[in-house]
Design a protein around this ligand. Structure first.
Ligand code: RTP
Ligand code: MG
Length: 151
């Protein structure tokens, strides 16, 4: 069995409000990725600032934090081979105008500040973000029945 890595994925408030949660989860499932944890929550001011701490000095930071806590989000832990870059490639570019059709942002978004979905950009970020949003007891360990056909 291949070694499965983990990433953190979050459908942002615009994705939830626009009814894209099912579509997005379905893309990950059909790709063969495993959902190991999932919950809906409203992100607190403190959590939003921790999540996007790397951008604290950027001019867009206050708007980004305000947006992320503006409505419910769906947070997930997603597992699979090479999952961090794989999921980033499924998202498309930060600016949806530069995202290819077939990517989530390329199919569903128009504006950098409303780009529907977040995913970790490195294994280190994934570890940090997963621990911000989930306790270990909230993350399920199981095999997908089709794993032997995926790996
Ligand atoms: P994310 O962290 O949300 O997955 O997005 P990302 O890695 O593709 O982009 P990142 O550079 O980490 O930026 C985080 C979010 O901040 C907003 N942003 N606005 N106005 C701007 O120039 C600007 N740059 C970034 C975006 O909503 C981006 O997703
Ligand atoms: Mg980022």
């Amino acid at each position: 069995m291949a070694e499965l890595e983990r990433t953190f994925v979050m459908v942002k408030p615009d994705g939830v409000q626009r009814g894209l949660v099912g579509e997005i989860i379905s893309r990950f499932e059909r790709r063969g990725l495993k959902i190991a944890a999932m919950k809906m929550l409203v992100v607190s001011d403190e959590l939003a600032k921790q999540h996007y701490a790397e951008h604290a000095s950027k001019p867009f930071f206050p708007g980004l934090v305000g947006f992320i806590k503006s409505g419910p989000v769906v947070a997930m832990v997603v597992e699979g081979k090479n999952v961090v870059p794989l999921v980033r490639s499924m998202l498309g570019a930060t600016n949806p105008a530069n995202s290819n059709p077939g990517t989530i942002r390329g199919d569903f978004a128009l504006d950098t500040g409303r780009n529907v979905i977040h995913a970790s950009d490195s294994p280190e970020s994934a570890k940090r973000e997963i621990s911000l949003y989930f306790n270990t007891s909230e993350i399920a360990t199981y095999s997908r029945i089709d794993e032997q056909w995926l790996y």
